[in-house]
Design a protein around this ligand. Structure first.
Ligand SMILES: Nc1nc2c(c(=O)[nH]1)N[C@H]1C(S)=C(S)[C@@H](COP(=O)(O)OP(=O)(O)OC[C@H]3O[C@@H](n4cnc5c(=O)[nH]c(N)nc54)[C@H](O)[C@@H]3O)O[C@H]1N2
Ligand SMILES: Nc1nc2c(c(=O)[nH]1)N[C@H]1C(S)=C(S)[C@@H](COP(=O)(O)OP(=O)(O)OC[C@H]3O[C@@H](n4cnc5c(=O)[nH]c(N)nc54)[C@H](O)[C@@H]3O)O[C@H]1N2
Ligand code: SF4
Ligand SMILES: [Mo]
Length: 764
């Protein structure tokens, strides 16, 4: 490159195009070069230093993003299932009119509430869900779900009741970091995870505490690794809170000023026999006490729980107990501790006031627990779901009990799947609608959880959309039109206003749409059809964000004003103008923007519970905690003596976003990790193939003997075993949910026990 003449050099340099990695929720800003024969391959990658959150950071995975963009099972045309089960290509006009007709028939026969919506976005794309609200409203679809209801809903629910919202934590500045069932070295979820982990590990004054049965990469860096017996976190985390209370390590001033119910909780914690709980958790009591004292002594503690406990026994209880540890020690609302982020759009609701119509399961944050979806369908209940729209999700692979999920999908009257690839779920559909890839349209996510500076990244397309696929915005607009809900008369005046400019458009939109009960639910597609064409080339799909910017500016004008000022943008006072500036800034800055700047002292105003006080005593959780004394810990039966964690994050896993197993540079076959002790006992070595059996199914898988595993605990990766590119070719590992059972779930939130599947290994 240094040998190129100056002009060439600058044109080569200018061919770096900003976008984001879509392989985990961090969505690190990256820059990409295109190449290959047709110029449509993603060939070179680097971290984007201009991205406000990731600041040039990226892990190894985006190097392989072309496997997503140019996957061999990309969909190129709408498909319709024939009677014999095979698919035929159809044109868009036929597809849209038939899908609209079929769904309208379901609505008119059994009621719109029997049309279930699943998905709406994966790790990199949340605009589909925003547009789908219009289609759902026209159809009268009321029930929905997404992957969040198989991981986070228990946490959302207790967080809502304790502090009025979902908290995240400031790991960058904390003195002590605590990770419970979380391996950020591979799974990230916090910006620049590896840099932050290394900094904490290197600094004598800071400490990293990890609760994981496995010596994960993160645990390897830890000062204190509490190597819990698989599935016994409830005893361990209860013991941790009990030590804090019993040894008087509580932050009394914080509790007096900000906490209700501490006495009740401390009385309950006082009953806990710490030694016996630690024994049941399989962890040395002295180490637990050391961890509790280290947490209590710290100026600031940041904590995070994730799938290791959220997909495990007692998951909602553990979410509660986890919170006791930082709430009793005063770790909220100051630098290096927990905070309530400023949401652009809140994905993390925890309120619950409805039950699912068939199984009567608790709906949290509007989401039906994933583990009951099949039950909601495979029933003769009159309110059972009759149709399903699945968008940007792969429930036939990602939800518990794939066999039952397939059976449920087949039992429905109509299944419509909107995806970029021929996923396991698409294979079960009546209609498959091909979407443009995330690099062929404007996209963004609502995974915006940073504080005090929070980031939003509206990405520009890298490539023109090829013939065939359409962006979801266009698909939903066409569906809404085909359902007869939107006419030229609705669109024309807004289009005319958009011609005059955004001010005129805003006026017309507010006057015509905001208070019109028929049109306001259609706002996303109306914006796409009217404002969309006036947006810069390729950015039409961002139209819905205009409306979201207005809502955000009304709610968080002060945060937004500070962000605009810091960005050197003139700060108007009217919310409408603030919204317009934010929307402009998103469009103009392709590496992302800071959309909120906040102050720690304002955190208490956000606490949404009575009197802005933390509510420590949740009766149902305390009652559940008391039952721990009577349970005997981790023992499982002789028939299935091992605990399988089905779905570990590894170097080359990314749910099923990338489907070609060749993308995995390491671990192509998705090995089953087992401890050296178990390997010796069974007489197996690296690469040997064994049969892995659970009560649900048996699969054949190669073994990797790993020092990371403790005896009795075995682990499979997630996202493997995709049918690629043909249904009969199951290359590259095991699909983990062939092995899981939907009835194994949390009794409060219905979240699955994927990390705790009783299993046995048989020699072949
Ligand atoms: N590379 C990669 N990164 C990802 C993803 C990906 O697919 N690949 N997916 C993204 C998504 S969707 C999510 S939700 C996050 C999830 O991120 P994580 O929750 O960190 O991911 P996991 O590896 O599934 O589980 C974390 C840890 O739980 C441990 N564990 C297993 N059983 C137990 C137990 O009984 N108790 C405790 N305490 N721990 C246990 C495992 O050993 C593992 O180290 O990752 C995100 N990041
Ligand atoms: N046993 C077990 N099961 C698990 C887990 C586990 O640890 N163990 N982890 C769970 C977790 S935490 C999660 S988050 C889920 C994830 O599971 P899902 O939410 O089902 O997500 P993905 O598997 O990533 O599927 C995303 C789909 O979106 C498609 N897609 C990609 N880009 C686009 C686009 O631009 N438009 C459209 N319309 N589609 C697109 C992809 O082709 C893919 O089919 O898996 C869960 N399942
Ligand atoms: S996989 Fe996650 S952490 Fe790695 S570059 Fe992509 S978004 Fe960033
Ligand atoms: Mo997830």
């Amino acid at each position: 490159m240094t040998n190129l003449p100056a002009a060439k050099r600058s044109s080569a340099a200018s061919s770096w195009r900003p976008t984001a990695c879509i392989l985990c929720e961090c969505n690190c800003g990256i820059e990409v070069q295109l190449g290959g024969e047709n110029g449509r391959q993603l060939t070179r990658f680097r971290g984007d230093r201009a991205h406000p959150a990731s600041q040039g950071y990226a892990c190894e995975k985006p190097q392989r993003l072309d496997y997503y963009q140019n996957g061999r099972d990309r969909l190129t045309t709408p498909l319709r299932r024939r009677d014999d089960g095979s698919f035929e290509a159809i044109d868009w006009e036929t597809a849209i009119s038939e899908v609209a007709e079929r769904l309208a028939r379901v609505r008119d026969t059994w009621g719109g509430e029997t049309i279930f919506y699943y998905g709406g976005g994966g790790q990199g794309n949340h605009l589909p869900g925003a547009y789908a609200t219009a289609t759902r409203r026209v159809l009268g679809s009321r029930y929905r779900s997404s992957a969040l209801a198989q991981e986070k809903t228990g946490e959302f629910w207790v967080a809502q009741r304790m502090i009025g919202g979902y908290t995240r934590a400031d790991f960058e500045h904390c003195e002590v970091a605590l990770f419970i069932g979380k391996n950020p070295w591979h799974s990230h979820s916090i910006p620049r995870a590896r840099v932050t982990l290394r900094e904490i590990a290197r600094d004598d004054k800071r400490a990293l505490i990890v609760i994981d049965p496995r010596r994960s990469e993160t645990a390897e860096l830890a000062d204190i690794h509490l190597q819990v017996r698989p599935g016994c976190d409830a005893w361990l985390v209860a013991a941790l809170a009990a030590v804090i209370s019993q040894e008087d390590l509580v932050d009394e001033r914080f509790v007096a000023s900000h906490v209700d119910g501490a006495d009740v909780v401390r009385a309950a914690l006082g009953e806990i026999d710490v030694a016996s709980y630690c024994a049941r958790a399989g962890v040395d009591e002295a180490l637990v006490r050391r961890a509790a004292r280290r947490i209590a002594a710290a100026e600031s503690v940041a904590t995070m729980e994730d799938l290791g406990v959220q997909m495990n026994r007692h998951s909602t209880l553990v979410s509660y107990l986890h919170r006791l540890s930082w709430m009793l020690t005063g770790n909220f609302g100051k630098r290096g501790t927990a905070y309530l982020p400023t949401a652009m759009v809140s994905l993390a609701g925890g309120s619950s006031n409805k039950l699912s119509p068939v199984a009567g399961a608790r709906i949290i944050g509007g989401l039906v627990p994933c583990n009951v979806i099949a039950e909601e369908i495979l029933s003769d209940h009159p309110k059972r779901y009759r149709a399903m729209i699945v968008e940007a999700a792969n429930p036939a692979h990602s939800l518990a009990d794939s066999q039952r999920m397939r059976e449920a999908l087949r039992a429905l009257d109509t299944v419509v799947v909107i995806d970029v690839a021929m996923s396991e779920t698409a294979r079960e559909a009546d209609y498959v609608l091909p979407a443009s890839s995330q690099f062929e349209k404007a996209e963004a996510t609502f995974f915006n959880f940073e504080f005090p500076h929070n980031t939003f990244h509206l990405r520009r397309p890298l490539l023109d959309a090829p013939d065939g696929p359409l962006p979801e915005a266009e698909i939903h607009a066409r569906l809404v039109e085909a359902l007869g809900a939107l006419s030229d008369a609705d669109v024309a005046p807004l289009r005319a206003a958009a011609e005059e400019g955004r001010e005129a458009f805003a006026k017309a939109f507010m006057a015509k749409v905001m208070f019109d009960a028929r049109l306001s639910p259609l706002a996303p597609v109306l914006l796409y059809r009217t404002l969309g064409p006036k947006l810069p080339e390729g950015m039409q799909e961002s139209a819905v964000l205009w409306g979201l910017c207005y809502r955000y500016a009304m709610q968080h004008g002060a945060s937004l004003g500070r962000a605009l000022a810091a960005a050197g943008v003139e700060v108007p006072s009217a919310p409408g103008e603030l919204a317009e500036r934010l929307f402009d800034m998103m469009l103009e800055r392709p590496s992302g923007v800071v959309f909120a700047i906040d102050d720690w002292v304002e955190q208490w105003k956000r606490v949404g519970t009575p009197g802005h006080r933390i509510q420590l005593a949740l009766d149902d959780m305390l009652a559940e905690m008391r039952t721990l004394a009577e349970q005997d810990g981790g023992e499982i039966g002789d028939e299935y003596p091992l605990v399988l964690s089905a779905g570990e994050r590894r170097a080359f896993t990314a749910n099923t976003i990338v489907r070609d197993p060749a993308w995995r540079r390491k671990d192509a076959a998705g090995a089953l990790r087992i401890s050296p002790d178990d390997a010796k006992r069974l007489g197996v070595g690296d690469g040997d193939r064994v049969r892995l059996r659970t009560k649900r199914a048996a699969v054949v898988v190669p073994v990797e003997v790993s020092e990371m595993m403790q005896p009795g605990h075995i682990s499979l990766p997630n996202g493997t075993g995709t049918a690629y590119p043909n249904a009969d070719e199951q290359a590259g590992g095991v699909a983990p949910n062939e092995l899981t059972a939907s009835e194994d779930r949390d009794r409060f939130a219905g979240t699955p026990w994927h990390k705790h599947v009783p299993a046995r290994i048989e020699l072949l």
